[in-house]
Write a protein that binds this ligand. Structure first.
Ligand SMILES: NC(=O)c1ccc[n+]([C@@H]2O[C@H](COP(=O)([O-])OP(=O)(O)OC[C@H]3O[C@@H](n4cnc5c(N)ncnc54)[C@H](O)[C@@H]3O)[C@@H](O)[C@H]2O)c1
Length: 370
């Protein structure tokens, strides 16, 4: 970092979405930024956050009351994960880093962008912080796959231990060790190991899904790992019907033949649990075209109708990493760290200049888009 660069002031705001325990900056990452030099970090107090306020103050962050970012100094970069509260339409004079969900013309996108225009603020959208190859610098994928795999294995265990009973609601876990211990205990009671197939196993979500299966003690020969090479022949695939649990983690970028059809699930099969981590639920090319709604932590599993009496349950939760807020936040923040370290020189750092250019393009597009 150039010694002439002024201190960069990051302001971690309180998340206000119900059930959101994750944070964009973890105490570990704040510590690294403060040690790196050139940073000042203010953290809004937040009871819902998985990290206690004291974890931040212990590493040198200043703690301020929740929801106080509107009064932050003009040069503070307001950092958060989720959208700002929708009921507030005041102009935004600060620079914000967050997932604003307003670049793909989502409902209310112009209202969000207009607030930045009116306040002369700037948005760096976390979804669009990309490296030179166009790949996101930070994403929650690994822990989405990791927790998705956990739900899949736990759901299969539930089918064995409590046949016909509703799967209990899922609550966030304090850390992954608690979750892994729970799965291991269930598997030990059953006394046999399921076979699990991870589709898109080479990707972020896929490697997380494989990692959970291994940590739960499922032997390597029971973990079927497929990616592009294996699906090149085109679906549907009988191999999916022959495992107990199917975890779909692909990044769908074009039309592909379905992996699974209703005809297959009506026929004899081993498969009884599907976790669709990819959640291309409403995409016309959804490769699992046997359902059309996302599931929730309270009602995690859908019963898929079939003329085969063997149950088939499907999980399609689109915010899986919330299940392990501590590890998911820390991994996300660690992925973001090298990019954050470039903030003091953001006027020349490609990740930040691209994100700023995109913001201005999206603002300009408001005039030409209905
Ligand atoms: N449910 C959730 O909570 C949640 C959270 C984060 C991400 N996601 C979603 O998970 C999906 C995957 O994200 P990612 O970050 O892991 O992507 P990624 O690009 O890191 O990995 C995707 C993998 O899928 C493979 N793939 C693509 N098409 C395939 C095909 N036809 N057959 C076999 N393999 C194929 C790729 O080769 C790659 O290895 C995305 O749709 C993302 O939006 C869901």
């Amino acid at each position: 970092m150039s010694s002439a660069a002024p201190t960069t002031h990051l302001w971690l705001r309180e998340e206000t979405k119900p059930m959101e325990h994750r944070a964009a900056l973890s105490p570990e990452v704040c510590k690294k930024l403060l040690e790196h030099g050139g940073f000042e970090i203010t953290v809004e107090s937040c009871k819902e956050r998985i990290f206690a306020d004291s974890e931040y103050s212990e590493v040198g962050c200043k703690i301020v009351p929740g929801d106080s970012w509107r009064q932050a100094p003009a040069d503070a970069i307001i950092t958060g994960l989720k959208e700002l509260p929708e009921n507030d339409q005041t102009p935004l004079p600060h620079t914000h880093i967050m997932f604003a969900h307003c670049y793909k013309q989502q409902g209310g996108w112009k209202d969000v962008l207009s607030r930045f225009v009116e306040g002369k603020g700037l948005l760096y959208d976390l979804e669009f912080l990309q490296d030179d190859k166009g790949r996101r610098v930070a994403a929650f994928g690994f822990y989405a796959g990791f927790t998705g795999s956990a739900v899949g294995i736990n759901a299969w265990c539930h089918q064995q231990l409590h046949p016909g009973e509703k799967y209990p609601g899922i609550k966030p876990y304090p850390n992954e060790d608690v979750l892994i211990a729970e799965t291991k205990e269930k598997l030990a009671k059953i006394g046999k190991m399921p076979r699990i197939m991870v589709m898109g196993a080479l990707g972020r979500c896929g490697s997380g899904a494989v990692s959970y299966a291994r940590k739960a003690g499922i032997p390597e020969e029971n973990i079927v790992k497929w990616d592009m090479a294996e699906t090149a022949k085109g679906g549907p695939f009988q191999e999916i019907m022959d495992v107990d649990i199917f975890v779909n983690c692909i990044y769908l970028s074009s039309q592909i033949p379905p992996f699974i059809t209703q005809k297959q699930i009506d026929a004899d099969r081993q498969l009884s649990v599907i976790v669709d981590v990819s959640c291309d639920t409403t995409n016309p090319y959804n490769p699992i075209p046997i359902y059309s709604t996302n599931t929730t932590f309270d009602n995690a599993l859908l019963d898929i109708g079939s003329s085969n009496p063997k149950p088939l349950q499907l999980c399609s939760i689109d915010h899986l990493p919330t299940m392990l807020p501590r590890e998911a936040s820390n991994q996300f923040a660690l992925d973001l760290l090298p990019t954050l370290q470039q903030l003091p020189n953001r006027a020349t750092a490609p990740v930040w200049t691209r994100a700023e250019k995109l913001f201005h393009e999206k603002v300009a597009s408001m005039a030409t888009t209905n």
